[in-house]
Ligand binder design. Structure first.
Ligand code: GLY
Ligand code: MN
Length: 465
């Protein structure tokens, strides 16, 4: 945990953003895997972590906006728990670490919420996303579970977004440590990427590196020679020469700050001419986008810049045609780059996404598009100093999408479908870095992970682990 003052300061800032009532944060519970006592690894709720820092199940926090007191509710363990789980800190000791003086057993939470409801006080809560929490919240608030989301507090959500989006130096340091662990994961994966190895051997090894050096992976490892499927979690293919391997993986530490990095490498370590051609286009888009990041620039503008550079590069390769800027404006690049340029990163790998993508990524100035491709852009509004974002352009040849566009002759003035046909067996390439928006630009976080053709070929020339 950070020092207790970090959590009390965060709660103080949250108080200043809201006017009255209670703010209720339910911590996460254990979730059964296949029977009640066999649970998934415990993962605390990110908001609870941010404001209270405690990493134990079955806790709740209340920030009373009217009397100025913060409370932690939870039950001390009994001897049965101690026999199986060992001695646990008391709720009072845990609360002290979060800078909270007032504690009570969980029955006290029922009482506190009942009193607040009877007095007609507003109970602010963020949208729940886990079944267990939904049931708990529904029972406490007497709100049908299907109506909870609609009753979540928009002022609270907006205040949480304002606070959590801007990372301070301590938070950036935690994220950066996780990028450094990702360096180990990715360089190991690159060295293992030789013909004959099965994807799961690499995926399992790098997940082990995450666990051995930090904590769990921050999302299920995406690792595939079929990188044209954007989130490919199938790891049963055998690597073969001529394929590219997409490795999209990161990890989180005990405070839950995360990393999210993607590298794409040729199986066997040497790019052929066709792979190099497409790779250089994605790399150029990645570098151009990173260079364009600065406070005040809408992320949507940087996304469109990357899209234009992808259209320009694909035009030079004869895959697209016409004016690249015009092609990007019309959305022709989305046949190859159908997703958004990136997303916020922090305590969640898609930071704050549970609060509602449009509330995080859009505002009155920059509205979300409903067009294919741009609609997948999770974040479009102006960047601010302290935001941590991913920059992850890609080019994919998705046979099923190509067939549909070709049959419709969609945007055919910008696409050489006969050339595209010859790339249907290519797969995909994505290159993703984690960046911090600084006062006048941005900084790529962590120890540099090989990214240029020369750097990757050099690292992979020593194909052993
Ligand atoms: N790394 C997975 C994603 O950003 O969606
Ligand atoms: Mn990402």
């Amino acid at each position: 945990m950070f020092p207790s003052t970090v959590y009390s300061d965060r709660r103080k800032k949250l108080r200043n953003e809201l006017s009255g009532g209670l703010i209720l944060f339910l911590g996460n519970q254990e979730v059964p895997f296949n029977y009640p006592a066999n649970t998934y690894s415990f993962r605390q709720d990110s908001n609870f972590s941010y404001f209270f820092g405690l990493d134990h199940p079955d806790l709740a926090g209340i920030i009373d906006l009217d009397n100025g007191i913060d409370y932690i509710f939870g039950n001390d363990v009994d001897i049965d728990d101690i026999i199986w789980m060992g001695v646990q800190p008391t709720i009072r000791d845990q609360a002290a670490k979060a800078g909270v003086d007032h504690t009570a057993p969980l029955t006290g939470l029922n009482e506190a919420i009942k009193n607040a409801r009877e007095q007609g006080r507003r109970v602010h809560f963020a949208p729940p996303y886990r079944g267990e929490t939904i049931l708990w919240l529904a029972a406490l608030l007497h709100i049908p579970h299907l109506e909870l989301k609609a009753n979540a507090s928009e002022p609270l959500i907006k205040a949480i977004i304002r606070l959590r989006m801007k990372k301070d130096a301590m938070e950036v340091a935690e994220i950066e440590k996780m990028v450094d662990v990702a360096w180990k994961m990715h360089t190991t994966a690159m060295k293992m990427a030789r013909p004959g190895i099965v994807e799961r051997e690499i995926a399992g090894t790098i997940e082990g590196i995450a666990l051995a050096n930090a904590g769990p992976v921050s999302f299920p490892v995406i690792l595939s020679i079929n990188g044209q499927t954007l989130h490919n979690h199938y790891h049963g293919n055998t690597l073969a020469g001529g394929r590219m391997l997409v490795i999209d993986a990161g990890c989180e530490n005990e405070l839950h700050y995360s990393s999210d990095i993607t590298r794409t490498v040729p199986v066997g370590g040497k790019f052929n001419a066709r792979q190099k051609g497409i790779y250089e286009v994605v790399l150029h888009a990645n570098l151009t986008a990173i260079k364009a990041v600065k406070p005040g620039t809408p992320f949507k503008e940087i996304h469109m810049l990357a899209a234009t550079e992808i259209a320009r590069g694909l035009t030079a390769l004869g895959i697209m045609k016409g004016d690249p800027a015009e092609a990007a404006l019309k959305g022709a690049h989305t046949l190859f780059f159908p997703h958004g340029l990136g997303h916020p990163l922090g305590l969640d790998v898609h930071d704050l996404e549970g609060m509602g993508e449009n509330l995080i990524g859009y505002d009155e100035e920059v509205q979300r598009s409903s067009e294919f491709g741009l609609a997948f852009l999770r974040f479009g509004r102006k960047l601010q100093e302290g935001f941590v974002m991913t920059i992850e352009p890609g080019i994919y040849f998705i046979p099923e999408l190509i067939d549909i566009w070709k049959a419709e002759n969609k945007l055919a003035e910008y696409i050489n479908f006969d050339v595209v046909e010859t790339y249907k067996d290519f797969g995909g390439i994505r290159i993703e870095d984690d960046i911090l928006v600084t006062a006048d630009g941005c900084r790529v976080l962590g120890k540099p992970i090989p990214k240029t053709v020369a750097e990757i070929e050099e690292l992979m020339s020593d194909l052993k682990i």
